[in-house]
Ligand binder design. Sequence first.
Ligand SMILES: O=C(O)CCC(=O)C(=O)O
Ligand SMILES: [Fe+2]
Length: 523
Amino acid sequence: DLFTAIADLQHMLGAEKDVTTVIDQYIAAERARLDDLRRYAHEYVHRNAHAEAVGPEFVTNPINAYLLIKRLTSEWKKVENIMLNNKATTFLKNITDNRVRSEVKFPGEEDLSGAAIALLRLQDTYKLDTLDLSNGIIGGEKVSNKLSGHDTFEVGRAAYNQKDYYHCLMWMQVALNKIENESPPTVEESEILEYLAYSLYQQGNVRRALSLTKRLAKIAPNHPRAKGNVKWYEDMLQGKDMVGDLPPIVNKRVEFDGIVERDAYEALCRGEIPPVEEKWKNKLRCYLKRDKPFLKIAPIKVEILRFDPLAVLFKNVISDSEIEVIKELASPKLKRATVQNSKTGELEHATYRISKSAWLKGDLDPVIDRVNRRIEDFTGLNQATSEELQVANYGLGGHYDPHFDFARKEEKNAFKTLNTGNRIATVLFYMSQPERGGATVFNHLGTAVFPSKNDALFWYNLRRDGEGDLRTRHAACPVLLGVKWVSNKWIHERGQEFTRPCGLEEGVQENFIGDLSPYANDP
Ligand SMILES: O=C(O)CCC(=O)C(=O)O
Ligand SMILES: [Fe+2]
């Protein structure tokens, strides 16, 4: 299981603190053991010095003879025991037992490579420079410690294990630069060179691969593969292009993930948003929603983000204390999203959605009930047929690839058991504000919404004729810095016959988020 939720990482911090305590205790115990040993050594020296002073006749005394033999038998046994009684096994076992008891999972190799790959995803999406990132610099800001040569090398190795030579090349190059300033180096140059040469070759830089492999053969003459690889690259070049300066490095990113709109998606994540069409410009504005008696006293501020299809942001519709309660209720239930493998039928972790989520029933706590009722107030849509509140926590590089919230025609069984029709609308509460990244983006619309705590994003998924609106395809960008918590409420068709009667025309949805007309008077 990958450490996808921040909560897991925070537990890990606690575990790391325990580890340092245990190490200190172990050192103290070992010191005492070695002190004991030293005391014996001193005694031996002391007694031997006395015997030497007396001379060879020392052992002619039966008591001395007895003591000498005793020192070299039963007392020596004690020394032997002290020497053998290394406390490491006991301490290591204690750590393991504690881990099991406290149920704090310890990360393994898989988690390490998962965390490294999350870094690579962030690097791509946000166009981060490898050297900057490895130096703890994000967006020109120093946000963490530097990676050592070995830390950097491990990121490259995680890429290599995925056959991702594009990233492997970049990270191995930086690792190589880093060890130049390390003494002793945290990783052997020869190790880096082999990976670097191979990824250079994979990316089409055979001459550079050859030149690095020659360097490898020179610094590590007994390397098991270097000589063979030199020959292999030489054969490949067949004497061509062997002289003169090395050509510039070629390193093109290879698409692995099959997201067609990836470039546009990533640009939106970075906040590169196309300009708003002229015809909407003066319509995108804020207004106060007062279309119910009690809203007249405490109107809700609404920001219209776009028309057709409509997307609005309801401001300040969930309080800090409500958020805290929801997070607390959800935390023990958070589970990584799973999907069924179509071949094996087994449940696997979905890579398209790296977050943890939990469903909260309305009767679980008065706060949930209150929030559910508020949704009805600000959307004007019947909540009797809505799904339970879904809470999600995005961890390291957490994201949700482009998708639709509604069930498409071919997904006939999606909401069948609910018998409430399709997901007519989505309410997305922002329960935190990540420092960087984590926007909700509408891929086809060129809209990016950066989470603002306490607000709720709202949009219709279905057109007025009940068909899914393909323009609502959206995604959650990877979180770059900070934490992202959201809650989703999916509102269904059934029950909205009066609040949003379906129209014959497929189109324009200007007037049905309650009553939009007041905004004309209320800038
Ligand atoms: O977290 C977000 O910004 C979007 C989440 C989302 O689209 C979903 O959960 O369906
Ligand atoms: Fe969604």
